[in-house]
Design a protein around this ligand. Structure first.
Ligand code: FAD
Ligand code: NAD
Length: 475
């Protein structure tokens, strides 16, 4: 369809971000009701649940990306996208400052975008807790670029370890893959890494195969705190079989280019300093608030007590503002920062905004009919009946229930074709782990993929890596 220009009689709805929250909103939003503007530095949606599989080439990264332009093409009305980063939000003047941070810049680099309604869905950044050396030396696992960096680094470590005359202790260091953070990101990555090694590297470079090691470091007494005790134990015992070394009650304090320094609590509670030499270090210790969000929070008095993101009310309105909503990892609504929550919040806002537009249209009709009633009192009864009908519709539409999160369960891949699942099942809970759960994990994630194109690409990647092995060429 041809590009529709903004309609001055409609409100401008500005959406920041192209992740789970914002894209779920866009998908369900009736865009004809608003002049929609989307701003994000990332011109695609990323299906994060399968990102750990991209670090080893089980899945190719483009299979889990969906261009925002393709998504927007299917929408009606005026929908514009700008590839830029929001750098500050003036909630009083209703303006967002945006900046083109891409490599190619034109004459226009920075500008203000006005809005009537704003949705903030910018997600979170990686937490480092200010631990020295983390930013400089480790890889994160949040974006496509991170997965590509890890994939390259694994092969670099392997090939360097296999280099002629490499001393044994250097081989051990290079082939020691350290993962910090025993949340689902760290656990899934450790599992994928071990699979890659067992299924491919071991066959291709057998001479170094006995020296490859994966260590997972977690500050708390156990990994995967959001799963039930039974599944935590199952994960820990599976990791033991897979020879992934879990170091719990171990808090990383410092990182250098070749070592991780940590404090480990012994059984007597006594703390001991340990040093792990590494070849690859993946840092997966959860979320931190983005500077854009931190800056906005510092300027809203009602956000003074909030630490982990924008405090929102039950309709996801940012506390202390008007016409500003927040979804996903940047919002604090009392739920975990997951895709499941972000997408339900996005869907909720789509329903809310669709209803608001209908409400306004009905109110306008009622106003028109009422004034016509005052001007020419001819068929009063018929017009009054019409007004009553509109008012009934209005009451029904206006009765929007607050946001309610419905937890479908937690799922995580743990390597060697096993997964763990805590699923809500007929008002109860079902905990399961193993190969059958793995098949369930695969089919669940496949069904959640953004598009049929993504689904086919992911199936193709799974088949390809099963039949021919993962591609180990270092790009
Ligand atoms: P995101 O999806 O992170 O999107 C944020 C968007 O904002 C991005 O498009 C970004 O480019 C954009 N942005 C950033 N800064 C700006 C700015 N200044 N201006 C404008 N736009 C900006 N959750 C699950 O429920 N199940 C899982 O299996 C699961 N697996 C995961 C695996 C990994 C490896 C990771 C990292 C996370 C996983 N999660 C999972 C968590 C889930 O991905 C997040 O909770 C979810 O992405 C949050 O959605 P969001 O829209 O808030 O943020
Ligand atoms: P997380 O916050 O869930 O876990 C981070 C872990 O790092 C914590 O257990 C913490 O104790 C540990 N940690 C922090 N500092 C440390 C230190 N200095 N030394 C050692 N350990 C330290 O983070 P995540 O795994 O990145 O997940 C982020 C969010 O995304 C969560 O809400 C999670 O549920 C979601 N997610 C879900 C899935 C899934 O459902 N399969 C997968 C990935 C992420």
């Amino acid at each position: 369809p041809p590009q529709v220009e903004p309609d001055p009689s409609k409100k401008t709805l500005l959406i920041l971000g192209s992740g789970w929250g914002s894209v779920s909103l866009l998908k369900k939003l009736d865009t004809e009701n608003y002049n929609v503007v989307v701003i994000s530095p990332r011109n695609y949606f990323l299906f994060t649940p399968l990102l750990p599989s991209c670090t080893t080439g089980t899945i190719e990264h483009r299979s889990i990306m969906e261009p925002i332009r393709t998504i927007l093409r299917q929408k009606r009305g005026s929908v514009k996208y700008y590839e830029a980063e929001a750098t500050s939000i003036d909630y009083e003047r209703k303006l967002v400052r945006v900046r083109d941070e891409s490599e190619v810049r034109g004459v226009a680099v920075e500008t203000d975008v006005p809005y009537d309604m704003l949705v903030i869905g910018v997600g979170a950044e990686n937490a480092t807790f200010g631990i020295p050396g983390v930013r400089e030396h480790s890889c994160f696992l949040k974006e496509i670029g991170d997965a590509q960096r890890i994939r390259k680094r694994i092969m670099d470590c392997v090939e360097t370890a296999a280099f002629k005359d490499q001393p044994p202790e250097e081989i051990d260091r290079l082939l020691h893959m350290v993962v910090v953070g025993g949340g689902p990101t760290g656990v899934e990555f450790a599992g994928e890494l071990q699979d890659f090694f067992e299924e491919d590297i071991r066959k291709l470079i057998p001479e170094i195969s006995d020296r490859f090691r994966v260590t997972l470091i977690e500050a708390l007494p156990n990994v995967l705190p959001m799963f039930s005790k039974q599944l935590i134990e199952y994960t820990e015992s599976t990791f033991k079989e897979e020879k992934i070394d879990i170091k719990t009650k171990t808090m990383v304090k410092k990182v250098t280019d070749k070592t991780v320094e940590a404090e480990m609590a012994g059984p007597d509670g006594k703390k001991e300093k340990v040093v792990f030499p590494y070849g690859l270090l993946v840092w997966a210790t959860g979320n931190a608030v983005r500077p854009l969000v931190k800056d906005l929070m510092s300027r809203i008095p009602a956000q003074k007590e909030s630490r982990r993101g924008l405090a929102v009310n039950e309709y996801l309105v940012v506390q202390g503002t008007r016409d500003v909503w927040a979804v996903g990892d940047c919002a604090v609504a009392g739920y975990a920062p997951t895709a499941q929550v972000a997408s339900q919040e996005g869907n909720f806002l789509a329903r809310l905004f669709n209803n608001m537009a209908k409400t306004e249209a009905l109110e306008e009709k009622i106003r028109e009919l009422s004034s016509s009633l005052n001007i020419k009192p001819g068929n009063t009864a018929e017009v009054s009946r019409e007004i009553e009908e509109y008012e009934r519709q209005l009451r029904r539409i206006k009765d929007i229930k607050p946001f309610h999160y419905s937890h479908q369960g937690s799922l995580a891949y743990i390597g060697s074709e096993k997964a763990v699942a805590d699923i809500s099942w007929f008002n109860g809970n079902l905990a399961s782990g193993g190969r059958l759960t793995f098949l369930f994990w695969r089919s669940a994630y496949l069904s959640m993929c953004f598009s049929t194109r993504n689904r086919l690409l992911v199936i193709n990647d799974w088949l390809k890596s099963k039949l021919f092995g993962r591609d180990v060429s270092r790009e």
